[in-house]
Every structure is written in C-alpha cells, then in structure tokens.
Design a binder for this molecule. Structure first.
Ligand SMILES: Cc1cc2nc3c(=O)[nH]c(=O)nc-3n(C[C@H](O)[C@H](O)[C@H](O)COP(=O)(O)OP(=O)(O)OC[C@H]3O[C@@H](n4cnc5c(N)ncnc54)[C@H](O)[C@@H]3O)c2cc1C
Ligand SMILES: NC(=O)c1ccc[n+]([C@@H]2O[C@H](COP(=O)([O-])OP(=O)(O)OC[C@H]3O[C@@H](n4cnc5c(N)ncnc54)[C@H](O)[C@@H]3O)[C@@H](O)[C@H]2O)c1
Length: 445
C-alpha cells in the first residue's frame, strides 16, 4: 500500500478485464480506481455476451418447437420489438449494478477518457491521477471495412440495439459475430445473406461441425456468398447495394460489418510512455501480464497473450493480477484450457486440444460419436448432434468438442475432466444426475 501515489492500482477500462479483479483487490484493503470512458461493465454485459444471449433465447425456443412440431403445435414467431425491449430490461441496469458493486468495495469510479502520461500517471480529461501500478484493460472495438460508402454499414453494437428487424440483412464476415447474428436474425424472420471473403466460416472450430451449421443455416434460408471482396456500398433503386468482386451485387436493407475486432491501443499514451504494442494483436505482455514498462500491466482483450479473446480469459487475467499485486503469487500466469462456444443454432462448443491438432499428431487419439442415436437426443429430436473426445497417450481427456443445440451445456459439464486431465478410472468415480444433458455429456467417457 502506498502513500506516494493517489492509488495502489488504477485500471483504464471497466470491463471484465478489470472489475472481476478490482473488487477482490479493493476488498483486501488496496486503494483502487477504475477509469471508464463509456458504459461501466464494458463490452460483455452491454454489447457483447449478455446482450446477445438475451436476444437469442426466443431463437432457441423456435428451434425447439421446430424439432417438436408434431407435439407443440402452432406457428411461433418472434416479436422483435418485444425481444429488444426485454433485452433492454435485463441489460440496461447492469452498468449501474456493476458500478454499485465497485463502489461498495470503496473503489473510485472515474468517468472519462484515460491516457497514460508516465509510468505512474493517467490523465482523465485534464485531471491527473497517480498509481503505483496501472492496468490497461481497454478492450477491442469493431474493425470497419474501409470502402466507399462505409458510413452506410453498422457494427454489432448497432445491431444489438435495432428496434425494427430489417427485411433483409447482409452480414459481412463469417466469424463468431456474423454466424451468431445470422442465426438470430434468421430465426426472427429476416432474410440473411452472409458475405465471406474466403470459403470457410468459423475457422477456429472443427470444419466438419462448421459445415453442418452452415448447411443447416442454408436450409433455413440463409444465403452464403463465398470468395467475395467487398468493393463499395451505395444506394441503387432505393436499395442499399453492396458491390462485390466478380461483378456481383447484394441488395439489402441493413449492412452489418462483422469483419473482426481490433485492440484499443491508439491515443492512450502507449507511445509516449514506451509501452510496446502491435496494432493488430494488442499490448505486448510477459508471462506476468507486465508490459515493457514495469509499473504498467495489461489485462483482457487488449493484452496480446495468444489466448482466446473471451470473457472467461479476461476474468482469469484480472483475477491473476489481483493475486500478483497482493503478493499471493509470484508465479507466471498459467492459463487453463479456455472453452469457447459459438451461439448459433445448433451451437458448436470446444475446449482443449482440437480435433484438427489431434488428427495431425501421434500424441493423441480422437473418439467421435454421432449423438443423434442417444436416448436423450431422441427426446430432443436433434438431427445434428456430434461429439469428439480427444485423449492423450495415457488416455487422459485433453479436449472435447460438440455440435448440437446443447453443445454449450455439454462442454461446460465436462470442463473439469479436461482441465484436470482426468483418466478413465477417475472419470468413473463421478456419478451424475439423471436424466440430464449434463450427464449425457459424460456418456461415452
Ligand atoms: C457481440 C459480441 C458478443 C460476444 N459474445 C461473447 C460470448 O458469448 N462469450 C464470451 O466469452 N465472450 C464474448 N464476447 C467477447 C467479450 O465481450 C470480451 O472478451 C470481453 O468483454 C473482454 O473484456 P475486456 O474488459 O477485456 O474489454 P471490454 O469489455 O471491451 O472493456 C474495455 C473497456 O475499456 C473502455 N475504454 C477503452 N479505452 C478507454 C480509455 N482510454 N479510457 C477509459 N476507458 C476506456 C471501453 O469503453 C470498455 O468499456 C463477445 C464480444 C462481442 C463484441
Ligand atoms: N460466442 C462468443 O464467445 C463470441 C461471440 C462474439 C464475439 N466474440 C469475440 O469477439 C471477437 C470478434 O468477433 P468477430 O466475429 O467480429 O471476429 P472473428 O475474427 O471471429 O471473425 C471475423 C470474420 O471477418 C472476416 N473478415 C476479416 N476481414 C474481412 C474483410 N476485409 N472482408 C470480409 N470479411 C473479412 C474473417 O474471415 C472472419 O470470418 C471474437 O474473436 C471473439 O473473441 C465471442
């Protein structure tokens, strides 16, 4: 604890890369401040995970009804305006709730734009604050295509706030955001065109499972345009028009630019104080999340750790920094296997060693299961349900992936077995509830 500085630790940014660690740090008696230029809570609660999953639930209900249509009768449809109102109801109170949480631990919440002026000082809109340690957790922002008419396009934050669903929506990109939003918009009744500059969606996931999701979306009416470079957006015949390479055009009512996210590293004083960074990958850190300036650390999406840029990673990093700053550990950060899921319908989830990596190595074996024949799936009537387990040479479980409507719950359920690399005899000691999708996850282990 310091008398030389205003604070022991000052965080720039108030997302998961900050608040999950800042609160326990303050609870230990450290003097902590958090600077935030926009909404407290950052991307995940306000315009990321939580906001998206609130809009997705009705899409899941539609999907379930479709599978059980002989039993649950009637034509369901999503009232988008009500769906959006409900999203606002559950999301809009979160910034205040998180701010209240921070302040209840005695943390000073400073509203404004933070800029480093030296290794221990942050300027917030003309006022200086000093700290023994500074954590830069400024996150990512949407990448935007730089083409003529670019101002006609929207980003994920815009889409998560539209009150009226467009009749036609063109989504550029085929990553997490593009595929999840295509799923939601399609279920809600929009005509969706996904524009890909290559021919493969969701590159980080098992290709066979991605193909199953893409085929399913095509059957539901989503159009995929492959190998298309976007050249220009303009108005033509009262329609928003996207000009593509190969003399192709897409006419639409709404353009969603989902071409990735880039680190917030500009205009925060990194060059001035000598913090090394890369515009594409973010702030360089060592294995203690320390930057090239000793007193400055980076956490969450903006830190170039090579880990998936997801909320669980940001939480893990901010909590690691709490242990480091409070002297509970001196060890390097030791990342566990970070799970990931793409919330399409059906979903794809994975953790640990991937099928692709395992198949290209002699160190692993892959066990693949078609889950549609399983008893539980005969009730849920799923047509797409595949799972793969990956084992090392000693037959410890080191990876798993599934495509199905329950993939997120399945992978979450077996996470401990992957994280702890359990073998068959250890796995056999665990007894599950029955009948549940959680127990189904352990079915073939
Ligand atoms: C549409 C979408 C859906 C997502 N869905 C999921 C999901 O389902 N599951 C999942 O795990 N992850 C998901 N993510 C990713 C997840 O949201 C991020 O990994 C997570 O929010 C990262 O937290 P962070 O604190 O590093 O960054 P952020 O949450 O982005 O926080 C950074 C904060 O810093 C602030 N800031 C930036 N510069 C300054 C400055 N100079 N001064 C003051 N404040 C500043 C910003 O305003 C922002 O509030 C999603 C992301 C998006 C965009
Ligand atoms: N379920 C989740 O956990 C979840 C959901 C949404 C977002 N996220 C996080 O947000 C990040 C950003 O998501 P995202 O979908 O924006 O990024 P992404 O990196 O997943 O996908 C970007 C897509 O845009 C394409 N692309 C890139 N440049 C292009 C160009 N010039 N023209 C056309 N297409 C182009 C890429 O090929 C890719 O398909 C993710 O990496 C993830 O960390 C996570």
């Amino acid at each position: 604890m310091t008398e030389k500085f205003d604070y022991d630790v000052l965080y720039i940014g108030a997302g998961h890369g900050t608040f999950d660690g800042a609160m326990p740090l303050a609870a230990k008696g450290y003097k902590v401040a958090v600077v935030e230029a926009d909404k407290i809570g950052g991307t995940c609660p306000n315009w990321g995970c939580n906001a998206k999953i609130a809009l997705d639930l009705p899409a899941q209900l539609m999907e379930t009804q479709k599978r059980l249509r002989n039993i649950v009768k009637g034509n369901l449809s999503i009232d988008w305006t009500q769906n959006m109102l409900n999203k606002h109801k559950v999301i809009d109170s979160l910034p205040n709730a998180i701010q209240g949480g921070l302040e209840s631990f005695g943390i000073d919440v400073i509203k404004g734009y933070g800029k480093l002026t030296d290794g221990h000082t942050v300027d917030v809109d003309g006022k200086s604050y000093t700290a023994d340690k500074i954590v830069v957790a400024t996150g990512l922002r949407p990448h935007r295509l730089d083409v003529p008419g670019k101002e006609m396009a929207h980003d994920s934050k815009d889409f998560l706030n539209i009150n009226e669903l467009p009749v036609h929506i063109a989504i550029i990109g085929a990553g997490y955001i593009a595929m999840e939003f295509a799923s939601i918009a399609n279920a809600a009744g929009s005509q969706v065109t996904v524009i890909m500059h290559g021919d493969r969606a969701l590159r980080d996931f098992n290709g066979e499972y991605v193909d199953a999701v893409v085929s399913d979306l095509k059957e539901k009416g989503v159009t995929f345009v492959e190998n298309a470079e976007v050249q220009e957006f303009h108005e033509e015949k009262c329609k928003t028009t996207i000009e593509l390479s190969g003399n192709r055009q897409v006419f639409t009512d709404y353009i969603l630019d989902a071409t990735g996210r880039i680190p917030n590293v500009e205009n925060i004083g990194l060059d001035e104080v000598g913090v090394k960074y890369d515009k594409k990958n973010g702030i360089e850190v060592n294995d203690h999340l320390q930057t090239s300036v000793d007193s400055i650390y980076a956490s969450g999406d903006v830190a170039a750790t090579g880990q998936p840029r997801l909320t669980p990673t940001a939480i893990f990093e901010s909590q690691y920094l709490t242990s480091l700053f409070s002297g509970e550990t001196k060890d390097a950060i030791d990342f566990p296997a970070i799970p990931s899921v793409v919330f399409t319908s059906p979903r794809i989830a994975q953790v640990g060693v991937s099928v692709e990596e395992a198949k290209n190595s002699d160190d692993y074996t892959v066990e693949e299961h078609d889950m549609t024949a399983d008893w539980y799936r005969s009730i849920t009537n799923e047509e797409i349900a595949k799972r793969a387990y990956i084992f090392d040479k000693e037959h410890h479980l080191v990876g798993a992936t599934e495509v199905s409507n329950e993939a997120d719950s399945v992978i979450d359920s077996i996470l401990p077995a992957v994280a702890l690399k359990l073998d068959k005899s250890q796995i056999n000691k665990i007894v599950h509830l029955f009948p549940t999708i959680g127990s189904d996850a352990w079915q073939h282990l």
